[in-house]
Design a protein around this ligand. Structure first.
Ligand code: PFF
Length: 445
């Protein structure tokens, strides 16, 4: 029943790229790179994305399109009376966890749009911008309010199923985001002292590669590509039977990675130029960017447009997260789409409040010394997504088997794919081993 509620008419590239491109590229990627050794992280990240991105994404697409179901229903159908649907449940849980902290940051983009329109960054120095950002976190209700508005917007789109409109907007707005990032990159690399930022970003220091850098890169790759939790199974179920899923997976992977690297080229040269530490985490983006706009002709307008685009990019990602929960409630629990959307949104908000409030400076909302926000982020990206992806490739490689996989990716033999053997080999052997090795190395200190 919900099959045509959302996304049936979406071009899969637009939908999957909409899910992939978001705060993960522009906010989380620089944070992770800055905290994990710069160029060394970039190198590992690129190797993981190029090696595992397409095979894992294809595995999810195949499961989704073959079964035409949500992740839980899909595993139930392909392997009845087995434990495999647990992977689907894990994905739904993971969507909730990601939504909870992601919506916090998404809410900030709305606060920043308001600030940009009010020209509130004008002529301010870094110390003042940093101080205001910290002070903003201390106003708990404001963070929660923006978060609530963002979750409401997401629920509205998921409920209305105005995916068609979103697709049309995304097609124009996402290329525009790339253009603006390019303009910002040019401004950033021509700032005094920018060279150090480029060196930090592109020059790998191999001694920095540790187990925790590996797992952070793995987690970031899956997070950024929306892999390992069933978003792409759900979207795969909407892919048309004559689409070439392999080229779709390739385009999504490449464009997502390009945007992340571009964000790095914007952030790091400017951060080094203004004296923002590469380990500054969320401040890296939310404090450095206004500083760049202050140094640009037309910066006032660029600032507004940029944060609007960032909010839209975040929205197309939160839509995909909420859709996983909603599709599950509609198809497996048989709740009407309207109520499913309300329940999913309220659940995300209920957990999300704790994520937002845990960023106050005097917070007691911590788990094991980390804020709830950081804990949710860590658990989802560094544990749940790699585990989800691991089981998905094992399922496709070892349970579903070669002939069904080939049949699906070649659209029943109609497409000639010369690399299909290589892709299958990666799915069956290389990906599970790589994920396991990185995962285990991440926990050995
Ligand atoms: N890929 C999104 C981003 O980079 O912003 C975040 C995300 C969306 C992660 C959907 C996971 C997911 F299932």
């Amino acid at each position: 029943m919900s099959r045509d509620g959302f996304g049936s008419k979406l071009g899969i590239i637009a939908a999957a790229a909409g899910s992939a491109v978001g705060l993960g590229n522009i906010y989380r990627f620089p944070c992770e790179l800055g905290n994990n050794g710069g160029g060394a992280f970039l190198l590992v990240y690129l190797l993981i994305v190029l090696g595992l991105g397409v095979p894992v994404m294809l595995s999810e697409f195949v499961i989704g399109r073959k079964t035409q179901k949500n992740p839980i229903g899909a595993f139930k159908m392909l392997k009845p009376k087995s434990g495999w649907p647990i992977i689907g449940y894990m994905g739904v849980g993971c969507a909730l966890v990601i939504m909870a902290f992601y919506s916090t940051v998404a809410g900030w983009t709305l606060e920043y749009i308001v600030k940009a329109v009010g020209n509130q960054f004008k002529d301010k120095d870094l110390a003042t911008i940093e101080q205001e950002f910290t002070a903003f976190h201390d106003i708990g209700w404001k963070n929660v309010l923006w978060q609530g508005i963002f979750i409401f917007l997401t629920a509205f789109v998921v409920f209305k199923g105005v995916a068609d409109g979103i697709e049309k907007y995304s097609k124009v707005l996402m290329p525009l985001l790339v253009v603006i990032l390019m303009v910002l990159a040019i401004r950033s690399v021509t700032l005094p002292g920018a060279g150090d930022g480029l060196t930090f970003l592109f020059k790998p220091d191999f001694s920095k590669i540790t187990g925790s850098v590996l797992i952070s890169a793995l987690g970031q790759a899956f997070f950024s590509l929306s892999m390992g939790m069933g978003v792409l199974i759900t979207y795969g179920s909407y892919i048309k039977k004559d689409d070439n899923m392999t080229t779709s997976a390739l385009s999504v992977t490449l464009s997502d990675t390009l945007i992340a690297v571009l964000a790095g080229v914007v952030i790091f040269p400017a951060a080094f130029s203004f004296g923002v530490q590469p380990t500054a985490g969320m401040g890296l983006v939310f404090n450095t960017l206004p500083m760049i706009f202050n140094q640009m002709a037309g910066g006032y307008y660029f600032c507004i447009i940029f944060f609007v685009l960032l909010a839209v990019a975040a929205l197309t990602s939160t839509i995909s997260l909420l859709e996983v929960i909603v599709a599950y409630l509609v198809e497996e629990v048989h709740i009407k789409r309207r109520w499913a959307t309300v329940i999913a949104a309220v659940a995300c908000m209920a957990v999300g409040v704790f994520a937002s409030l845990s960023l106050k400076s005097n917070t007691s909302l911590t788990i094991g010394g980390k804020s709830i926000f950081d804990s949710l982020d860590f658990v989802s990206s560094n544990i749940l997504l790699p585990l989800g992806a691991l089981f998905i490739v094992i399922f496709v490689g070892w349970i579903m088997g070669k002939s069904k996989f080939f049949e699906e990716i070649t659209n029943g033999g109609q497409l000639k794919l010369s690399l299909k053997g290589v892709i299958y080999f990666i799915i069956k052997y290389l990906a599970p081993i790589a994920i396991m090795v990185i995962f285990i190395s991440g926990f050995i200190k």
